[in-house]
Design a protein around this ligand. Structure first.
Ligand code: ZN
Ligand code: ZN
Length: 245
C-alpha cells in the first residue's frame, strides 16, 4: 500500500520537492525551503539528544539529564524540531502524508547505522482512538521503514492503555504524571525482548518523558537496554511551547 502511495506522490511531483512539490534544479528530495538532511553540526546531549549550546562538546549531558537521569541510554534524531524538519514532521503526522515515512526513515536509518544500533525496533504506540482518527500510526510506519533499511527487526512490544494529553497543552499535568502507567508490554512480546537491546521509535520527543516511561516498562519486563530513535528532538525550554506537537 505504501509503495502504491509513493508511486502516486512520485507521479504528482515527478521532479519536485517531496514535501511541497516545488520544482528542483538538481536531483534531490527537497527544495531550499524544506531542507532535509541529518544535522551533523549541532552538539547534542549524549543521553536525550537535546540540542546543547554551541560552545559545549557533542555528547555532553544536558542539565535535565544530569539532574534527573533517564531510563533509556541514548536518543538519536535527524535534527531539531524546527525549520524545515518541523514542516516535514507536521505533514507526516497531521497532514496525512504517510509517504514521508520513506525519506524520514532513510535518514534516521543512517543515524542508527552510524551508531551501530542492534536488536529490536519498538514503535511507541498511538492510542487506538488517535489511530482511528488519523488513519495510520506514524511511529509504526517509521519503524517499518527503519527495519527495511537496517538489520533491526520491528516488534510491536508495547500497548498504550490510555490516551495522554498532548504535551504542552494548557491542561497537561506534569509530564511524568501524564504518561505514568500509560503503557504496558504485550504478553506475547515478553519472551522476545528478554535480554535484548531495544530501540523505541517515535516522531518527536519534547521532554523525553514518554520515552522514559516506555523504557521503564520494557526494562522491568526484561529488556537489557533501551535507546530511542526520533525524527526530531524538540526543545523543552519552558515557554517555547508554540511548536510542540
Ligand atoms: Zn519544498
Ligand atoms: Zn539530555
Amino acid at each position: 500500500m505504501l509503495e502504491l502511495w509513493t508511486g502516486f506522490v512520485d507521479a504528482l511531483y515527478p521532479l519536485g520537492c517531496r514535501l511541497c512539490g516545488a520544482a528542483l534544479e538538481t536531483d534531490t528530495l527537497a527544495c531550499a525551503a524544506h531542507p532535509l538532511e541529518l544535522d551533523r553540526a549541532s552538539p547534542r546531549c549524549g543521553r536525550c539528544a537535546a540540542e546543547l549550546p554551541p560552545a559545549l562538546p557533542d555528547g555532553e549531558l544536558c542539565p535535565d539529564c544530569r539532574r534527573h537521569g533517564r531510563r533509556f541510554e541514548r536518543a538519536l534524531c535527524i535534527g531539531s524540531y524546527r525549520g524545515g524538519l518541523h514542516d516535514w514532521v507536521l505533514a507526516f503526522k497531521h497532514g496525512g502524508r504517510r509517504d514521508l515515512a520513506l525519506p524520514l526513515g532513510a535518514l534516521l536509518a543512517e543515524r542508527l547505522l552510524e551508531h551501530g544500533a542492534a536488536g529490536l525496533l519498538v514503535p511507541v504506540p498511538l492510542h487506538p482512538l488517535r489511530h482511528f482518527e488519523r488513519g495510520y500510526d506514524q511511529a509504526a510506519l517509521l519503524a517499518g521503514e527503519l527495519a527495511r533499511r537496517t538489520r533491526l527487526r520491528k516488534l510491536h512490544a508495547l500497548v498504550r492503555t490510555r490516551a495522554t494529553r498532548p504535551q504542552g497543552s494548557a491542561l497537561s499535568l506534569s509530564r511524568d504524571a501524564n504518561v505514568r502507567g500509560a503503557f504496558r508490554v504485550r504478553r506475547l512480546a515478553r519472551r522476545a525482548i528478554q535480554g535484548q537491546e531495544l530501540w523505541l521509535v517515535d516522531d518527536v520527543s519534547t521532554s523525553g518523558s514518554t520515552a522514559d516511561e516506555c523504557a521503564r516498562v520494557l526494562l522491568h519486563a526484561g529488556a537489557a537496554r533501551v535507546g530511542v530513535a526520533l525524527v526530531a528532538r524538540a526543545s523543552s525550554v519552558p515557554g517555547s511551547t508554540s511548536r510542540l506537537p
